[in-house]
Ligand binder design. Structure first.
Ligand code: SF4
Ligand code: SF4
Length: 374
């Protein structure tokens, strides 16, 4: 049984110890960073910097607490993410969202360089979906990591937590030579991954144009086009299209298993017991932090979990969310989801448990856990 420590978001006394930053401090003490990180060891603090409109990311106060915990054991933290939009712009987004050296207390750097092409090819062990992927160099080269995951819904994944954070966030968008085929796009699609457009469905709402991180979609002469050679196959344009006018070849099972394999490839660059996971069940919005908006949360804040077992913390997180009551004035209410139903599954129609099952099958952890309240 793996241990997962849990701090509830509820605060029942007017006492700092009851606050979430206070409880996070206790979670860090419980797991004891000293057992994982050596003096002077560089430790990546992997988070998601968000987007211009998706403000519900992990707040800098929590990142700061973790950075301070790493410094307390005399290791050297840096805060990092991979390129989601081109580098300098993404660092500016991070800054706008409050993530910078001053707020976090550690350097904030892009793990795969300014243009997302600084990465190293890694073979995927036991890969049924992926063969080789480009891992961000900084994540590949560092020896220890704390993975901060904002748990939420996701149109493709159903649930997005630590597994998705590692797979989509540890693998670059593209490789210098092999392009998207060794990047995270190879989880989103397969073959040549050609996007098709159905003209008579299109309402010209422009949402696909707005979300493309590369600005490569055009509507010259009222005809949809994109620069295929540059496309990352991130699938954002197809995900937001309300009319299903855009299609990228996809397979749900392939995607869920690909996430687990991608996370496994990232973890294969670390020795055992060198990665800690912190899952934040706060601001549990329906979609990814890279989208241009963050809708109101589906559930009330639940709390924060910490563990050294990725599979255990993911299983514990989804178990909590399955029991949580949804907020009626949220997307869950709009979709007429009933009390007691699995909200994330109903909302996006995805078998998200598959990514956790597959991660266990790959030997990345155990679904059996003991939840210890702190
Ligand atoms: S999002 Fe879909 S409907 Fe809207 S402009 Fe793009 S293709 Fe057309
Ligand atoms: S998949 Fe769509 S949104 Fe993503 S880079 Fe390609 S055209 Fe742009």
């Amino acid at each position: 049984m793996s241990k997962v420590y849990f701090a509830s978001a509820r605060a029942k006394k007017w006492d700092y110890k009851e606050s979430l930053p206070g409880k996070l401090g206790r979670l860090i003490k419980k797991i004891d960073f000293k057992k994982y990180f050596k003096e002077d060891e560089e430790v990546a603090v992997k988070t998601h910097f968000g987007s211009e409109g998706a403000h519900r990311i992990i707040r800098p106060i929590f990142i700061r607490k973790i950075v301070d915990g790493i410094k307390a054991v005399k290791a050297k933290p840096f805060v990092t993410d991979t390129v989601r939009i081109m580098g300098l712009d993404y660092l500016e987004i991070a800054n706008q969202n409050g993530i910078n050296h001053h707020s976090c207390g550690a350097p904030v750097v892009l793990a795969d360089g300014l243009n997302g092409k600084d990465n190293i090819l890694v073979k995927v062990k036991k890969g049924r979906v992926l063969k080789e992927v480009a891992i961000a160099t900084l994540i590949h080269d560092c020896t220890a990591m704390v993975v901060l995951s904002h748990c939420k819904g996701h149109i493709n994944a159903g649930y997005a937590g630590a597994i998705k954070n590692l797979a989509m966030g540890g693998i670059s968008s593209e490789h210098r030579i092999h392009g998207w085929k060794k990047g995270r796009g190879c989880i989103h699609t397969f073959g040549e991954g050609i996007i098709t457009w159905t003209k008579n469905r299109c309402t010209y709402c422009n949402q696909c144009v707005n979300v493309c991180p590369l600005g490569i979609i055009d509507f010259k002469g009222k005809k949809w086009s994109y620069i295929m050679d540059e496309c990352w196959r991130c699938g954002r344009c197809t995900r937001v299209c309300p009319e299903n006018a855009l299609r990228l070849p996809q397979n749900d099972e392939y995607f869920q298993k690909g996430l687990a394999e991608g996370a496994g490839a990232v973890l294969s660059t670390f020795k055992k017991k060198k990665v800690i996971y912190i899952n934040f069940l706060l601001d549990i919005q329906p979609e990814c932090d890279c989208m241009p908006v963050a809708d109101v949360p589906l559930f009330q804040d639940q709390g924060v979990l910490i563990s050294d077992d990725m599979v255990a913390i993911e299983q514990a997180s989804v178990d909590i969310l399955r029991k949580a009551r949804f907020i009626p004035d949220s997307m869950a209410g709009d979709r007429k989801i009933k009390e007691g139903e699995d909200v994330l599954k109903k909302l996006h129609g995805k078998e998200y448990q598959l990514q956790i099952d597959e991660a266990e099958r790959l030997g990345l952890g155990s679904k059996k856990y003991t939840l210890v309240a702190v």
